[in-house]
Write a protein that binds this ligand. Structure first.
Ligand SMILES: [Zn+2]
Length: 419
């Protein structure tokens, strides 16, 4: 089974310099070949990893690019790999068109594909070009027999990290019999809505921190350009950004732990990249980033715990179908938060209805092909299934959606469905 772990590292002054050289060279190679690939494409030539790798060797021999040789050559090749997969993701409609990495706005990182040693005795990580090892805070040991497959070094707000992905002999747990199931919908006003009515808010990790960020950003704007005070202010802003990042990650870990502990089966929407590009609203774009991260956490945690996760393709009209009677009620503008089904007159909360549809649709995909047993008497894959099962509405980190405005009629139907 493959897992990953992130350690804080404490490079010395010389090592910091070399790390930043790697950041720079990684970026230069990535950008150079993004440009090169575009130009070749315009000429009708399709570049692959191997053709670009040859070009990289030629590039490194040039006088202007001599400095590339100071870096681990395999890390530079990883920049090409990253570019190739960025294009693969774009053509598979999983991501936006690859963009040039900027010194200011892109994440400062580089990859190391092999020859990575974590030495718990000296508390150092040894990678190519850093033979003396970089001081590492090993807060958790790697499991016995773990083989390190890849590493990433990154820097955020003057703090340095190495994340190691490793493989263990531990087999992937067999899928459990599905006794309960949940559907997840990315809410418009909240981060996430579960089909059992639990809502996770976006603001939780942002509210107080956002105010702090605005304060520091305002202070920064008043500082003289190039002054020491400006430099200090920049650092402060970066620190708050890091705090927000950490608070968000912590919150996402709690949510994904909760969901994968409570449910055997999780159905969710595939991230809609097109919708993400269109949405320029700040808080929404943060929610989008969070949603992407949350999905990857849910995927690896579900796998680790033997739970089943099914992603529903984005063309499934989850917000149009009435989750009670199955009628397609048609497209609705975004501001419509609730609606009444014209067929069965059930009143629906838009997001909750979508989450229930996702749950039922995803459950419907499970069949013999996946060799996962379904306890049908408990899960109930009927359309009329509305508010979940025994796990319904139990959450430490979310609140129960307010459905008090929904009609009495639906409540009667829910109890019918459950009974
Ligand atoms: Zn209906």
């Amino acid at each position: 089974m493959r897992s990953a772990i992130k350690y804080r590292i404490y490079p010395n002054v010389k090592q910091k310099e070399l790390i930043h050289k790697h950041f720079g060279c990684f970026r230069v190679v990535y950008n150079h070949f993004l440009d090169y690939r575009q130009k070749q494409f315009a000429l009708g030539i399709k570049e692959t990893y191997f053709t670009m790798q040859k070009q990289l060797t030629i590039l490194k021999a040039q006088q202007d690019y001599q400095y590339l040789n100071e870096c681990n050559s395999q890390s530079l090749q990883m920049a090409l790999r990253q570019l190739v997969s960025a294009f693969d993701n774009f053509f598979a409609k999983r991501a936006q068109y690859p963009r040039f990495k900027s010194k200011k706005h892109s994440k400062q990182s580089f990859a190391i594909p092999q020859n990575i040693i974590l030495d718990p005795l000296t508390k150092r990580v040894i990678i190519p070009k850093f033979k003396e090892g970089i001081k590492t805070r090993i807060h958790r040991k790697l499991p016995n027999g773990a083989v390190i497959k890849q590493a990433f070094i990154s820097c955020v707000a003057d703090e340095y990290y190495i994340s190691l992905s490793y493989e263990t002999n531990e087999p992937i747990p067999k899928s459990k019999i599905i006794k309960n199931a949940v559907g997840l919908d990315m809410g418009l006003e909240s981060l996430l809505i579960r089909s059992d009515g639990v809502v996770y808010q976006t603001q939780k990790f942002l509210k107080d921190k956002e105010a702090k960020l605005i304060k520091y950003q305002r202070r920064l704007s008043k500082k003289k350009k190039g002054s020491n005070n400006q430099k200090k202010a920049v650092k402060k802003v970066a620190k708050v950004h890091l705090e927000i990042l950490r608070a968000r990650e912590d919150y996402l870990h709690k949510i994904s732990d909760e969901i994968t502990n409570q449910y055997d089966f999780i159905g969710l929407e595939t991230l809609n990249v097109k919708g993400m590009i269109r949405n320029k609203h700040l808080s929404k774009s943060i929610a989008n980033v969070a949603w992407g991260k949350l999905i990857s956490m849910l995927i690896y945690k579900a796998e680790k715990k033997g739970k089943t996760l099914m992603q529903v393709d984005k063309f499934f009209p989850s917000s149009q179908i009435c989750s009670y009677c199955g009628t397609n009620t048609g497209k609705k503008p975004l501001h419509i938060r609730s609606f009444t089904c014209p067929q069965c007159h059930t009143k629906h909360n838009r997001d909750l209805n979508a989450a229930i549809n996702i749950r039922n649709y995803a459950l419907g995909i499970i069949d013999d092909r996946y060799k996962i047993k379904l306890d049908k008497s408990r899960v109930g894959i009927t359309r009329s299934y509305a508010c979940g099962d025994s796990t319904s509405g139990v959450s430490k980190y979310g609140n129960i959606i307010d459905t008090s405005y929904l009609s009495q009629k639906q409540e009667a139907q829910v109890s019918l469905a459950l009974g």
